[in-house]
Design a protein around this ligand. Structure first.
Ligand SMILES: C[S@@+](CC[C@H](N)C(=O)[O-])C[C@H]1O[C@@H](n2cnc3c(N)ncnc32)[C@H](O)[C@@H]1O
Length: 281
């Protein structure tokens, strides 16, 4: 038997040796998860004993973290918009910037009932968060990854949203016969060059198809803009997350396709990270 404090310290020490900057936090989170205690609860029980079985499991998970595996994949879940979404190696780990996109879009559609298309839905985090808040809206999530769609469907079921959310394994090019009030997307937007320089936790573990936006990072963004012209209702809204430094290029493509910028969303470092525009006809 080992004490909670001893395990936290040994885990943190080995993670630090392996250059994991969040070593202390990760060690605490991993042990909280195994003992099914909140982190706060763990930290007031430092002199409690941990069974050999739990210590063994702790060391297994610490070894995965040593190999730079993100905590979200180790735990198979990630908190987004105050809800726990199931994730796996087939889905991008939802990011805080994307919560900003959800927040501002919800504000815009307050007291309205938008029909929503989420392009590149991954875990379903964008669409399901919008539907959770806006109880009158319905929507479709599409993704070219069949396995991501399976995960989005599981999340939808867990949140009891499968009556209002549908998920299809489709490319954006394959959407016909619908009209939406809102097309929203966090598409892959990293340039092929930048892909080579990503940190190891992203490069090794997150799906390449969710990140790689081609030579200029805009391959999927362009497809979403072109397609949105025919599937948005009049004055419909296109809300796009973009990469840092892509604002001017994307704005030009939007203007060429009859979209007018409505508002921008900046990240916590003041970079423009989302462009929200409306279709003018
Ligand atoms: C950056 S991830 C976003 C996932 C999720 N929406 C989020 O914000 O966490 C991009 C997603 O787009 C999907 N994707 C890539 N190209 C696509 C395309 N042409 N049509 C539909 N989905 C695509 C990928 O499989 C991936 O799940």
């Amino acid at each position: 038997m080992t004490l909670i404090s001893e395990l936290i310290n040994s885990g943190s020490k080995v993670l630090r040796k392996n250059l994991i900057s969040s070593h202390q936090l990760d060690s605490e989170l991993i042990l909280s998860k195994i003992l099914k205690k909140s982190r706060e609860n763990l930290l007031i029980s430092l002199d409690q004993k941990v069974s050999d079985e739990n210590s063994f499991e702790f060391n297994l998970l610490i070894n995965r973290r040593i190999k730079k595996e993100p905590i979200a994949y180790i735990f198979k879940e990630k908190e987004f918009w105050n809800r726990k979404f199931l994730v796996n190696y087939d889905t991008l780990i939802p990011r805080p910037e994307t919560e900003l996109l959800v927040e501002k879009t919800l504000e815009y559609f307050k007291n309205k009932k938008p029909h929503v298309l989420d392009v590149g839905t991954g875990s379903g985090c964008i669409l399901l968060s919008i539907l959770e808040e806006n109880k009158e809206s319905k929507g479709i999530g599409i993704d070219i990854s069949y396995k991501a769609i399976r995960m989005a469907q599981k999340n939808s079921k867990n949140f009891d949203l499968d009556g209002r959310a549908k998920f299809y394994n489709r490319c954006i090019d394959q959407i016909y016969g619908y009209k939406f009030d809102l097309v929203i997307s966090n598409p892959p937007y990293i340039t092929s060059n930048e892909m080579r320089n990503l940190s190891e936790d992203i490069k090794v573990y997150e799906p390449k198809i969710a990140l790689d936006g081609g030579n200029d990072g805009l391959d999927v963004i362009k497809k979403v803009i072109y397609k949105s012209k025919s599937i948005l209702k009049k004055k419909g809204m296109l809300a796009l997350e973009i990469g840092n430094g892509q604002y001017r290029k994307v704005l030009r493509i939007l203007k060429l396709n009859n979209f007018r910028e409505k508002f921008l969303i900046k990240d916590y470092q003041e970079n423009v990270r989302c462009i929200v525009s409306v279709l003018e006809r």
